[in-house]
Structure formats: C-alpha cells, structure tokens
Design a protein around this ligand. Structure first.
Ligand SMILES: NC(=O)c1ccc[n+]([C@@H]2O[C@H](COP(=O)([O-])OP(=O)(O)OC[C@H]3O[C@@H](n4cnc5c(N)ncnc54)[C@H](OP(=O)(O)O)[C@@H]3O)[C@@H](O)[C@H]2O)c1
Length: 305
C-alpha cells in the first residue's frame, strides 16, 4: 500500500471534532485504551459526540470515571491476567467492536520489569496491546479498524532482536523507541492478517506522558518556560493531538487501505534520513519484521491469533 500523503484536506491544526464532522458513529462501539488521559480524553469525547459508545479500559478506573463520560472497565496492560479478564468480561457481553484505538502507553520511565522480567515499555505499549487485540478478535466487526498509537519516537530504535529486554543495559529513550516501532509493526501485520489497521504519530502534545521527564529538561528543550507554560509552537493541543487517531479509525478516505503510518491527519511519507520527528522509517513498516515480531509476541504472551 502506498505510504504517501493522500491529501486528506486536514492537517497539523485539525482537531478530532473537525475530523469527525459529518461522520455518524451512532450504533458503533469503540474501545480506547488510555482514553482517560492526555490525547485519550479528546479522543473519547469526540467519538462520543459523534454517536459512538466508548469503552475505556483503565489502569485507574476511578480517575477514568472522573475524566470522561464513558463505560470504564479495569485493565492493566502490564499484567496479562488483567488483559484476559478484561477481554473475557467484554466478550461475555456479546457486543461487537467497530473501532479500537490503542492510545495507552508509558514513556521513558526508569527501568521497570513486568511479568516474567519483561522491559516495561515494550511489555505495556506493545505486548499488552498485542494480547488485548487478539483476545478481543472474536468480537471484531467485519469492518473493524484498529489504530496503534505510535510515535515519531519510533525513530530512536528498530526492534532489538538480540536484546529485546535490555539485559545489556537500559536506555529509556531507546526502550520507548523500540516499543513505538513495535506499535507500527503490529499494525502492519494485523492488516496483513485481514484486520484493517493503521499506526499514527499524534504529534507532540504536553500531557501526563511526560511524567517521567524532569521539568528542567523540558525547559532546556524549549518546550515550556520556567512557569510551566507551553512555549514551543511545534506542539499541538490535546484536541489536535487526538485528530490523527480518530481520522485513522473512521475516515472513508482510508477505506480499502491499511498497514499505513499516519501523521498530521494524513498518511505520512517515508523518512530514512538523519532527521527525526516526521515520517516513518522503513524498518517500522517492514513486512518481514512485522511477521517476526508477531510470532515472537505470540510466543511471549501465549496469545495466538
Ligand atoms: N504526548 C505526546 O507528545 C505524544 C507524542 C507521540 C506519541 N504519543 C503517544 O500517544 C499516546 C497517548 O499519549 P498521551 O500523551 O495521551 O499520554 P498519557 O496522558 O500519559 O496517557 C497514557 C495513558 O496510558 C495509560 N497506561 C499507562 N500504562 C498503562 C497500563 N499498564 N495499563 C493500562 N493503561 C496504561 C495511562 O494510565 P494512567 O494515567 O492510569 O497511568 C494513561 O491513561 C501514547 O501511545 C504515546 O506514546 C504521545
């Protein structure tokens, strides 16, 4: 499929509500992981305003209920038993999933191990979503769309096949990069397996995602001033940050397409230059890597497609 701009008519400044204008999601069910924080909040709200019933799996259900008016159910993506319980409870309701946006993630946290010693960013951002999507597959509508919320941060690392879990020393940015590359490869493979899927870079948005970054680091990077006010014009508002994932999940322009990486509410261009921050690396959309990661993820999680 062509990894090139479509000319969507939207762009950097478009918001989730603008993208959904004229799209009626009445009767549709959406699952939005992380749908109660950061760009997840305007994602949930915009889908709800367009008529969808939104289910928000939450590591902190009480906070989720405070933040969004949606159906909330407990889920910890770092705990595969919790993933199974969430999926079993959902499947028992007999409902159909029409769209799924996997927005939950951790970024650049100190070295943490989950499950059988897995590096936490790879485990939560990728393996948890891998298990969740595959367990929910029996409920997927024929025309379901799944969106992996990745990042331009994927440009920090390909999959580290020889040291997936950083046994040789942890680097928090590289670990985030690897997990975000995994998010893209996941969408590529899922699409190949017949479930329409996209990956997106939402843009840069000031959210709780940066909870593990020192405030001074953000000042030094020119993102915020000493008072904590956003001063970098290359950042988006949360409503703008939510737009690309909502577009990928719903746009009629993407009918018949899939396995593509999107940004600024359009399909992104390939970028294999030294420059970071825009476009997609070839290694993140490589079909062989996508198949290899899928097989490895099946083996690690014991969840099979
Ligand atoms: N913000 C940016 O600049 C930016 C840039 C590029 C890509 N992205 C991507 O955009 C997505 C959304 O980011 P955001 O900025 O909205 O971040 P955010 O505000 O931190 O939201 C992340 C969500 O993930 C949830 N989460 C974390 N660990 C979890 C776990 N183990 N189980 C279940 N849920 C878990 C968090 O729950 P708790 O709050 O309860 O921990 C939170 O609801 C992420 O995939 C991120 O990689 C963001």
């Amino acid at each position: 499929m062509p990894q090139h701009k479509l000319g969507s008519g939207f762009g950097f400044h478009s918001t989730a509500d603008e993208v959904l204008a004229g799209i009626d999601l009445s009767g549709k069910l959406a699952i939005v992981t992380g749908g109660y924080s950061g760009i997840g909040v305007p994602t949930t709200r915009a889908l709800t305003r367009a008529g969808a019933h939104v289910v928000v799996p939450a590591r902190r259900p009480e906070l989720a209920r405070q933040n969004v008016d949606a159906e909330v159910a407990p889920l910890d993506l770092g705990d595969l038993d919790s993933v199974r319980e969430f999926a079993d409870r959902f499947l028992a309701t007999g409902r159909r999933v029409d769209l799924m946006i996997n927005s939950a993630a951790v970024m650049a946290n100190p070295e943490t191990r989950v499950g059988p010693g897995w590096e936490s960013q790879f485990a939560i951002n990728h393996l948890g979503h891998f298990a969740l999507v595959n367990r929910l597959r029996p409920a997927f509508a024929d025309d379901v769309r799944v969106v992996s919320v990745s990042s331009a941060g994927h440009q920090h690392s390909d999959i580290r096949w020889d040291d997936l879990h950083f046994a040789r020393g942890y680097d928090r940015s590289v670990a985030y990069g690897q997990s975000k590359t995994a998010n893209v490869l996941f969408a590529v493979r899922l699409n190949k397996l017949g479930i329409q899927a996209f990956a997106v870079h939402p843009g840069k948005i000031l959210t709780p995602l940066q909870r593990h970054m020192a405030r001074q680091t953000m000042v030094d990077l020119g993102w915020i001033d000493e008072q904590g006010t956003l001063v970098d014009p290359t950042f988006k508002s949360p409503e703008q940050g939510a737009a690309t994932q909502v577009w990928a999940a719903t746009s009629p322009r993407l009918a018949g397409l899939g396995g593509l990486y999107c940004e600024d509410v359009d399909v992104a261009e390939p970028n294999n230059t030294e420059e970071k921050g825009w476009g997609v690396r070839d290694y993140a959309v490589d079909q062989e890597s996508a198949a290899r990661l899928w097989a490895l993820s099946e083996e690690l999680t014991s969840v099979h497609s």
